[in-house]
Design a protein around this ligand. Structure first.
Ligand code: SF4
Ligand code: SF4
Length: 204
């Protein structure tokens, strides 16, 4: 799936996500934030200028978020920027409940933030014996292919890894080397532990 598919899922299906910044002591601090809009340039949410969260966003320019629903989950780490009251009117049209929280001109207390760059991960465990996972990137973030991989040059084709994989997502190529289907991998690491020649490695 492409990035916009997951951005839409975050806004329309999950809507309320847990978002983390760092507090004054450098420790993680979370709160539930509603994601209001999405487009090809990113995700949009808002907060009031009087909140600690607002000042943390201004100083740090970075968030980590997680959302979940019906055994599906998305996590995302990325950069945010303040776009002032741009898109504020659109947010209130698309999310009418906001007009009850901030009636009439009290919405002037709010500013909009855009998440414009970062990397995300999707998990679906609704079928526990055949989980689904995917990665996506937003903006100019570097592609990251996290998870376990087989180094074909090192693999001796012993098939020990196949026997311990809880998701049965390792197969043998026609050349006799093992390969991991990362779209079903739990990143549990059992295959790497049992490999006799350390042919399986983890990238962050
Ligand atoms: S990390 Fe776990 S789930 Fe992924 S391929 Fe290895 S054994 Fe299978
Ligand atoms: S356990 Fe290691 S050497 Fe054996 S098939 Fe798997 S990756 Fe290859």
């Amino acid at each position: 799936m492409d990035t916009v598919y997951y951005l839409k899922m975050l806004v329309k299906d999950f809507h309320s996500v847990v978002m983390a910044t760092l507090n004054d002591e450098g420790r993680p601090e979370t709160r539930v934030i509603d994601l209001m809009l999405y487009d090809e340039q990113g995700l949009y949410f808002l907060t009031a200028k009087g909140k600690n969260f607002y000042h943390q966003l201004q100083e740090q320019g970075y968030i980590s978020l997680s959302g979940t629903r019906d055994k599906q989950a998305v996590r995302f780490d990325g950069f945010v920027r303040n776009i002032g009251q741009e898109k504020l009117a659109e947010i209130f049209i698309e999310n009418p409940y906001m007009a009850k929280i901030y009636p009439e001109n009290t919405r002037q207390a709010l500013e909009v933030f855009q998440i414009y760059q970062g990397t995300g991960e999707y998990f679906d465990i609704s079928n526990p014996s055949h989980i689904e996972r995917d990665d996506f990137i937003l903006g100019d973030a570097e592609t990251h292919a996290c998870g376990y991989r087989v180094n074909e040059d090192a693999c001796i084709g012993c098939q020990k890894c196949l026997s311990v994989c809880p998701q049965h997502c390792i197969s043998i190529r026609p050349n006799g080397k093992a390969v991991i289907d990362r779209h079903h991998c739990l990143s549990c690491g059992r295959c790497a532990e049992i490999c006799p020649v350390q042919a399986i490695t983890k990238s962050i």
